[in-house]
Design a protein around this ligand. Structure first.
Ligand SMILES: *Cc1c(COP(=O)(O)O)cnc(C)c1O
Length: 390
């Protein structure tokens, strides 16, 4: 049996007519830049996430970059980020010649560790970028409290978490000063190319970002700020508008798949329960836990990724590949180990949890259209691997 890490085709085929019509509508209009679909998508995202303003942009990375530019992050300002995330989270800080300050993660959620965050604050700190990694909210209550105490801005990296709710029911990306989302095809709400969106409830900040999306221009050819070309294509907006009403049902299927995985791993005696952080004879596989599961909110996790941890990961990867099962490491190299950040001079042992995650984490197929048989096959294959390696 073949189980790819991600297969986008079944989702497209299930809504093909609507999508093809939406694309045709834009093509017929020849209104490719900032057409009506862009502002309609912005409105619909505001309604969905229950926030005041949204700005469609060219990618998740550009969402982060624009959010920081509009906060006036300057050279030598410090911006705190988890050391364990997709590169963009730290890359955007360095691109502004500001200093990315790395923080270790929590061993259960893989999200930024608030205690380590607090220790890294200095007089130069301007902002924090918490990441809602894999589709589960960072601990926003504690992070917002720290931000308030030290007068810091909070830009949420919600690229993997569109629709995720924090334990109080608020949607991630609407809790801090800005929320940055990606429409990269592999995200839960994916376009047919690059795209992203920024959310905020702050009107002044919204206007500044909106102007900076088009080179800081207002009115035409008069430039108040230096911005960039950060526009979202009309064609992408039209596609995303067709997909948005399906998002909750797709995320629900991902949650169900994650629950099935956890149950099967426990039944296979590879794990005792989800959320364990130490390996032993009874926990050869460490399972992800949705920590806000019992808070009563619907979208407590949207499982953009389902990530287990195993000790002999690299051997397991080869075994899975030989059985036609897709898997991936998110992420093999934390920021403090990246060559491009060696100038920051971090010591490797400052980040024990991230280092361990980088060495043991493994993402398994979780996309909505997976069948129960495929998930069973993945778990059985991993069970086989452990039986053979004894
Ligand atoms: C995907 C992703 C981004 C970047 O989004 P792009 O649309 O690919 O630029 C940023 N941060 C995280 C955590 C991501 O997963």
């Amino acid at each position: 049996m073949k189980v790819p890490l991600l297969d986008l085709k079944p989702q497209y085929l299930s809504i093909k007519n609507e999508i093809d019509e939406a694309i045709k509508r834009v093509v017929d209009s020849q209104y490719f830049i900032m057409g009506p679909d862009v502002s309609l998508l912005e409105e619909e995202i505001c309604n969905y996430l229950n926030c005041k303003f949204a700005i469609g942009v060219s990618s998740g990375t550009d969402a982060l970059l624009l959010a920081l530019m509009a906060l006036d992050i300057k050279p030598d300002d410090e911006v705190i980020v988890p050391t364990y995330s997709f590169f963009a989270t730290a890359g955007v800080v360095a691109r502004l010649n500001a200093i990315p300050v790395f923080v270790d993660i929590d061993p259960v959620t893989f999200n930024i560790n608030p205690e380590d965050l607090k220790r890294k604050i200095t007089s130069k700190t301007k902002a924090i970028i918490p990441v809602h990694l894999y589709g589960q909210s960072a601990d926003m209550e504690v992070i917002m409290k720290i931000a308030k105490e030290y007068n810091l801005k909070v830009v949420e990296d919600a690229a993997q978490a569109i629709g995720t709710q924090y334990k109080d029911g608020k949607f991630v990306g609407t809790i801090g000063d800005a929320g940055c989302f990606s429409f990269f095809p592999s995200k839960n709400l994916g376009g047919f190319g690059d795209g992203g969106i920024i959310t905020t409830n702050d009107e002044e900040y919204y206007h500044k970002m909106k102007i900076m999306r088009v080179h800081g221009m207002e009115p035409k050819y008069y430039h108040k700020f230096v911005g960039g070309n950060f526009r979202l294509d009309s064609i992408q907006a039209a596609i995303l508008r067709v997909k948005l009403p399906h998002l909750d049902s797709w995320s629900e299927k991902r949650r169900k798949n994650a629950e099935l995985y956890n149950r099967l791993f426990i039944e296979a005696n590879l794990a005792e329960e989800a959320g364990r952080i130490n390996f032993d004879e009874k926990n050869k596989v460490l399972l992800p836990e949705a920590i806000y599961k019992n808070s009563g909110v619907k979208n407590y996790h949207i499982f953009n990724q389902y990530v287990i941890r195993v000790k002999n990961r690299d051997k397991l990867i080869n075994y899975l590949k030989s059985k036609e099962i897709g898997c991936e490491i998110y992420y093999p190299v934390p920021f403090h180990r990246q060559e491009c950040f060696s100038y920051l001079g971090y010591k490797d042992d400052e980040f024990p949890v991230s280092n361990n995650a980088a060495e043991t984490s493994l993402a398994l197929p979780i996309y909505p259209e997976l069948s129960e048989e495929q998930i069973k096959y993945v778990v059985n294959t991993i069970k086989e691997f452990f039986e053979n390696s004894n």
